[in-house]
Design a protein around this ligand. Sequence first.
Ligand SMILES: Nc1ncnc2c1ncn2[C@@H]1O[C@H](COP(=O)(O)OP(=O)(O)OP(=O)(O)O)[C@@H](O)[C@H]1O
Ligand SMILES: [Zn+2]
Length: 727
Amino acid sequence: MSAVVAVFAPLDKPLSYEVPAALREQVAPGVRVRVPLGNRRALGVILELASAGVEGLRPVEEVLDLQPLLSSPMLAFLRRAAAYYHHPLGEVLRAALPAGLTAVKTRVNIVTERFYRAACAVQDPPGARQREILAWLRGREEVPLSEISRHFPAPHAVLKRLVELNLLSVREGERRRDPFLDQPVPVDVRPVLGVDQQQALAALLDALAAGRFAQFLLHGVTGSGKTEIYLHAIAAVLEQGRQALVLVPEIALTPQLVARFRTRFQAACARVAVLHSALSEGERYDAWRAIARGEVQIVIGARSAVFAPLPDLGIVVVDEEHESGYKQSEGWRYHARDLALLRAQGSAAVVVLGSATPALTTFYRTQAGDTGYLSLDARVLGRPLPEVELVDLGGRRLSGALAPELMEALSATLERKEQALLLLNRRGFAPYLLCRECGATFRCPNCEITLTYYQSRRRLRCHYCDYVQRPPERCSGCGGTSIEPEGAGTERLEEELAVAFPVARIARMDRDTTSRKGAHQSLVDGMEQGAIDILIGTQMVAKGHDFPRVTLVGVIGADSSLNFPDFRSAERTFALLTQVAGRAGRGTLQGRVLIQTYAPTHHALACAARHDYLGFYEQEIAFRRELGYPPFGYLINLVLAGNQPLQVERCAAELAEELSRKAGEVEILGPAPCPLARLRGKTRYQILLKAAARAPLHRLLGVVDSRRRKLPRTLSLAVDVDPLDML
Ligand SMILES: Nc1ncnc2c1ncn2[C@@H]1O[C@H](COP(=O)(O)OP(=O)(O)OP(=O)(O)O)[C@@H](O)[C@H]1O
Ligand SMILES: [Zn+2]
């Protein structure tokens, strides 16, 4: 008997091993095995078994699972995913499984503790203290003993009794650090759905009742109540006894959404698992097993949650489907939205892609009829969209970062005791230091990029590799001493505003102020409780927040993202502006948006100001059609990187030449240095493959696969199928 094994290693194909007689009862597709690989040991997953023996195979050494870890639909899904992305299957499986299951070493010891959860029973226990503790637990998810003891001294006897009465369940588990668990659950408001919400929901319910794969775009303007539709559709899925998967671009930035799900489904006793990066290896493993056993009804998580092993997946929601956070940027460069579609096909599930600014490629599919189109074109309760004004900076010199119009609007907002959000998509004090005498800037020694200046800590820092240095006293080029910060980042803006509005309570939200645990949450709380008047931030402030008292949104430097060397820069700018504008006037108060720009006539700005997605789409799609960019063509980007610049350049040239000889209908652009030609000390070259159909591209990648084996060890070659950014 032999087994075909996908080994967790960068190999082009699965390997065959002999199954010794002693292990025959234990092997099955989907179980992990330990096998020899060269002169070491590796783990892998059995894909297939064959009864006929083959001469000369090395033996499987150990079988590690009693039952298959990956069901056959999951295995089929991952095989299709590996083929689509031209990524080694073993590496794909490694990415899909929790880390503790793919390393040869066994996992570390974990501190455990008891967890209590109120059972679904309605009767009350006899004792007053029993009732008190039970009532408290009923308003929460699973709570660890340490937490209960903080609120109720010496609760052990009472807890024990409640467990005996079957009013509580208890389990021994690893100590949780789930930041979402400690949060008090908000009150569940269940608004009556508006007419267009009902229509959209009805289409989803029909598709769910049919029990077949179907995909929908839920295109709803900001504040139109998309989340409410997800909640209703998921309730229907749970009633069918199936499970739901909810993908969000970044879980740490989504506390409000998670809280809404928890509250809504608590009454139904549905278990909601949140997969986030703060989970330890052990916690992730426990969550994974519970999901695989069907004990969890709803999984919420960022892109890697697309691999959560829900056994009977009924619906996948991809919220903010246009977000680039769904694309993995290193290693296996998958896109979670696209994988969600692939996965749903195999599980006869319904996919809902939600956005106020759908990706152009997604919207195009609705026009072609491949994707159902559900639209919510007004805000809930007939609330108006905010008024957007473009502040043309052309030919003007500002004394600070803010134009007088925006300053005035800010003070009016403060006077009315309302809140303002300001977007400046750049952190730090200034994007660079400039020598006034010779014009030199200070660059990272490892990357092709200027160092960001932080005034508060007197440091220069690289945002790509985290290189840090003190700001120089003199210019290394000319010896001059007038070195000054150029341009503004959020830190500088905060300082400027503190001077202009000394009594206002100003806070800043960016990667620097939210890296500490709980910091993002406390900014959200501050906004909700009215403890902050002006919130300044990078694109983080544009994402998903629902702060009803925000009536002014200001955008500073809206054009910077237009200048990126990327055909998607207009699409990104339009989405960012529309999303941030959508944070204004979500409550009962009318909102206003001011956008400072040097390019007021650019369609990304003009259309965002009119809330005109269709207008933007039509202009942009014409441009894509002309140049053969997605959705009219398909791209694969090859990135070669290495420490020796000449070697990288030569290998890139050789590869491009070999590809050109076999190109057929595929257009080959490059090789050229990447826009970030040096990153973390490595020189980078790219070759872009472009074609009107996918098949010839995939055929041509055969060349890359065989070439990859011959590359010198000092070089890496990344294959990026459907690249999103090509920096
Ligand atoms: N039919 C309704 N009637 C009243 N309020 C509603 C209704 N539907 C949703 N809401 C409320 O409106 C607010 C905005 O809804 P929601 O967050 O779902 O919008 P969204 O479309 O997801 O917004 P965005 O894309 O801007 O984040 C929420 O506070 C929600 O509770
Ligand atoms: Zn760097």
